[in-house]
Design a protein around this ligand. Structure first.
Ligand SMILES: NC(=O)c1ccc[n+]([C@@H]2O[C@H](COP(=O)([O-])OP(=O)(O)OC[C@H]3O[C@@H](n4cnc5c(N)ncnc54)[C@H](O)[C@@H]3O)[C@@H](O)[C@H]2O)c1
Length: 428
């Protein structure tokens, strides 16, 4: 971190430009309109103040939707400190609004270097949290490795994304995790909507905003057919792309086949694609050999949590030159003058070049976060250090509230139907 950047950091936060605060407020209020479930929770929290005086350290993508979650926790009485969970996903106007209009200490600057990113995580840990709210497990990892001094006061936490949950389970296997964590990602009201429809739409939004490329008629290769991959593949098809899927697991590969996509190994797909999107949570899914086989002009993006899915170090070494040709588009010129365009430095493209998920899906993800913290208040002491799902009843309640907000009504079981489903004697 350069001394001039360090000088702008205080206990109130680290803001790129305070003058952006009013623009941030307008966008936060715009997102709030699409977050009816979180609004209801906020109204109840305001009344009952269940989180009064509880200290929460959050490491999340700093977006308008996250701001609404922070305002909900604050309405419940919590004392919050927030930092970014990715160096390129921060919305600087939101940080300015959180610090200068809402008084929530927030440490995040879009495009921050690795040193600044980790100094921001340190800053939220300095608030001596009782609860952590993480997205990708960087906050939890720092607490367990470099900041053991602050772990004693932590009671429990939540984790937002697939990659974070995978890292936590690995900590449990190694006997390293020191407090219980709720896997928000594993709620149905999270992954079925946020990962699928949220990542699906916003990833294409990011690719389009960065490149203005016509999707119709393009060959889009989606690497990984998990919940995010399903969303990206179906939205790309909806826009007229010819979609190819690559997988390593036979089950999602078979699903992709029956969903009507062409499935083939990556070394074959790389020769055909115009646009590539990795969404695996895995490392070097596109490696140097893949880049070498791509068509001239191929566009490559990642929407998985970390920027490890593309082996950009090897690509950079191979390249004769690298230059930025548009915001979030880097042109790598390889020997024989082949050009590959990498978007958003390989970081999640929906947050780097677009605005992340639409508020309507984050409404449910963040309802899980808010209700998860409330649940931990009364249950954390009974839980051993491990990874736990959000209770099914909360998941269903969030779906019920969302349907209600959408004005959609459903049927209820008749007593006869309930009895039938509970019995084993009735057959043919
Ligand atoms: N961009 C976003 O806003 C956003 C939102 C939610 C999740 N995520 C992240 O996206 C990633 C994927 O999440 P998910 O919920 O879809 O996970 P998932 O576990 O449901 O799916 C991942 C899929 O990738 C496959 N895979 C693994 N290695 C592969 C390889 N080398 N080649 C091809 N396929 C491979 C797996 O078999 C699996 O089917 C995670 O890193 C997650 O944290 C990003």
């Amino acid at each position: 971190m350069t001394p001039s950047i360090a000088a702008t950091m205080s206990a109130q936060g680290h803001v790129k430009d305070p003058k952006l605060a009013d623009a941030g407020v307008s966008r936060i209020e715009w997102a709030e309109r699409e977050m009816p479930v979180l609004r209801q929770i906020r109204a109840r929290f305001e009344r009952d103040r269940p989180l009064k005086g509880k200290r929460i350290a959050a490491c999340l993508h700093v977006t308008t939707e996250t701001a609404n979650l922070m305002l909900t926790l604050k309405a419940g009485g919590a004392e919050i400190a927030l930092c970014a969970s990715n160096p390129l996903s921060t919305q600087d106007d939101v940080v300015a609004a959180l610090v200068h209009r809402y008084g929530i200490p927030t440490f995040a600057i879009k495009g921050e270097d690795a040193e600044t990113y980790y100094s921001h995580i340190d800053a939220v840990i300095d608030s001596k949290p009782e609860f952590t709210m993480d997205d990708g497990c960087d906050l939890v990892t720092v607490l367990h490795t470099k900041r053991g001094d602050a772990i004693g006061t932590v009671i429990a936490g939540t984790e937002e994304t697939t990659t974070g949950v995978i890292r936590l389970r690995s900590m449990v296997r190694d006997g390293a995790l020191r407090y219980p964590i709720l896997a928000v990602n594993d709620s149905k009201t999270k992954y079925l909507f946020d990962n699928r429809y949220g990542t699906g739409q916003s990833t294409l939004d990011g690719v389009i905003r960065a490149t203005n490329r016509l999707i119709a008629g393009s060959t889009v290769v989606v690497l990984g057919y998990g919940w995010c991959g399903r969303g990206v593949a179906s939205r790309a098809r909806g826009m007229g792309a010819h979609v190819i899927v690559t997988e390593v697991d036979p089950l999602p590969a078979l699903e992709a086949v029956m969903d009507g996509f062409q499935v083939m190994p990556a070394p074959e797909a790389v020769k055909l694609g115009d646009v590539f999107v990795t969404v695996t949570g895995n490392i070097h899914v596109l490696a140097l050999d893949h880049f070498r086989s791509m068509k001239n002009g191929a566009i490559v993006a990642n929407s998985g949590h970390f920027n490890v899915e593309l082996d950009l170090d090897s690509l950079r070494k191979e390249a004769k030159s690298v230059r930025t040709v548009r915001p979030f588009v880097e042109e790598y010129t390889l020997p024989l003058d082949k050009q590959i365009f990498v978007l958003g430095e390989g970081r999640l493209i929906n947050l780097a070049a677009a605005e992340g998920h639409p508020a309507a899906v984050m409404d449910m993800s963040f309802a899980n976060q808010a209700l998860g913290i409330e649940y931990l208040l009364s249950h954390a002491r009974e839980l051993k250090p491990n990874v736990y799902p959000i209770p099914k009843a909360l998941d269903q309640e969030i779906a019920r509230l969302k349907l209600e907000a959408l004005g959609v009504r459903i049927d209820t079981l008749t007593p006869e139907q309930s009895a039938y489903l509970a019995s084993w004697q009735q057959g043919t």
